[in-house]
Structure formats: structure tokens, C-alpha cells
Design a protein around this ligand. Structure first.
Ligand SMILES: [Zn+2]
Length: 203
């Protein structure tokens, strides 16, 4: 059985979509759990199909829109963008590898478990998209410094950063839903993980 990450409904193995319409994680995590980027080309990975609500992403997109279309100032855009850029670069440099190792660990616990691999796909793709997005926005800003307006490059860059954010948030959402499912399964078997966690932390 595969639990849906959106509604929790248990679906039979091999099914592609849940009754609620959400895509289900695909089976056959065949790649090795130790190499970091072993994404199968023939696996239909879960992808974000809608934008996660994010005030920051909205502010960044609108600030660019105002600058390009409404003759607004560049400052408001730069303010949001610099913060986003710093956070994404910090993730890519310091935390991405760690996340992949954590997932590799998770995958070796139960090779049949489809979730870690889907989450791995999302963070690998999110990381790529954020790098591509930042490169494009930097190109747009460099061109501005030379008095050239490359508006399309800026828009494309921001769109990629928004997509990267969607990938990271979906990964987080799936991880959290999964943690809830594990907690519920443990509880059904008489184990209270929250209590154990609290006890191990107070020692
Ligand atoms: Zn569902």
C-alpha cells in the first residue's frame, strides 16, 4: 500500500494517482542508495503542479514586474532578491549534500520505501533550478549595469527561483506528511515516538 502524501489515503501498490487526484510516489527505487544523484530516467517523479503560497516569492515577482512594466524602482526587487539569493546559496553550499546523505540513509533503511527517492528528486531539481535562476537574474543585473535592459532574462530567472522554491516546499511537505504517517503507525503499535523523543532529549 502507498499512503497519499496529500490526503493520507492508502492506495494499492502500482497505482499512479490517489482518489484525491494527487500523484503517488512511483515504485522501483532501483538506483543505489549511496550515490547522491541516481535519478532514474524512466521514473515518473512527483513534481509541484501549483505554486506554494509564499509572500516572499510574490513580492519578488511583483517588484520585478513593477520595475519592468510600471517604471518602478529597482531597489524593492533587489531587497527581496538578495535575501532569497543568500538563503538559496547557503543551502546549495552548506546543506544540500547533507540533505542528500540524510535521504540516502533513509533509503537504505527500507529500499522498498518510495518516499525518500521522490524527496531526493525534488531537492536535486530544486537545487539545479535555484542555481539556474540566480545565474539568469545576475545576468539581468549585469546587463542593467551596462545600461542594457534584458527583461526576459530577469523574468525567466525569477520564474526558475519560484519553481525552485516550489520544489523545496513540496519536499518539505512530503517529508512532514511521512513523519506524521510513521508517528501514527508507531502509535497504532503502542509506541509513542513523541514521548520517546522528549525522553531522549531530556537525558
Ligand atoms: Zn490523496
Amino acid at each position: 500500500m502507498i499512503a497519499c502524501f496529500k490526503c493520507g489515503h492508502e492506495n494499492p501498490d502500482g497505482q499512479k494517482f490517489c482518489t484525491c487526484g494527487a500523484m503517488l510516489p512511483q515504485m522501483a527505487p532501483s538506483g543505489s542508495a549511496t550515490s547522491s544523484i541516481d535519478l532514474d530516467e524512466d521514473t515518473n517523479y512527483i513534481k509541484p503542479t501549483e505554486h506554494f503560497p509564499s509572500a516572499e516569492m510574490l513580492a519578488m515577482a511583483w517588484a520585478l514586474h513593477d520595475f519592468l512594466e510600471e517604471e518602478g524602482e529597482l531597489e524593492p526587487f533587489l531587497e527581496v532578491y538578495e535575501g532569497v539569493k543568500e538563503r538559496l546559496e547557503n543551502y546549495n553550499t552548506n546543506l544540500h549534500q547533507q540533505s542528500l546523505e540524510f535521504i540516502a540513509n533513509d533509503r537504505s533503511i527500507d529500499p522498498e520505501d518510495t518516499y525518500p527517492k521522490q524527496v531526493q528528486y525534488l531537492i536535486v531539481r530544486g537545487s539545479q533550478l535555484s542555481e539556474e535562476g540566480i545565474t539568469l537574474v545576475e545576468k539581468f543585473l549585469d546587463a542593467l549595469d551596462q545600461d542594457r535592459l534584458e527583461g526576459e532574462t530577469g523574468k525567466e530567472g525569477v520564474a526558475k527561483i519560484v519553481q525552485a522554491n516550489d520544489h523545496f516546499l513540496l519536499a518539505l511537505h512530503m517529508s512532514m506528511s511521512r513523519a506524521d504517517a510513521i508517528r501514527a503507525a508507531a502509535k497504532a503499535n503502542g509506541v509513542d515516538l513523541d514521548k520517546q523523543m522528549a525522553e531522549s532529549q531530556s537525558q
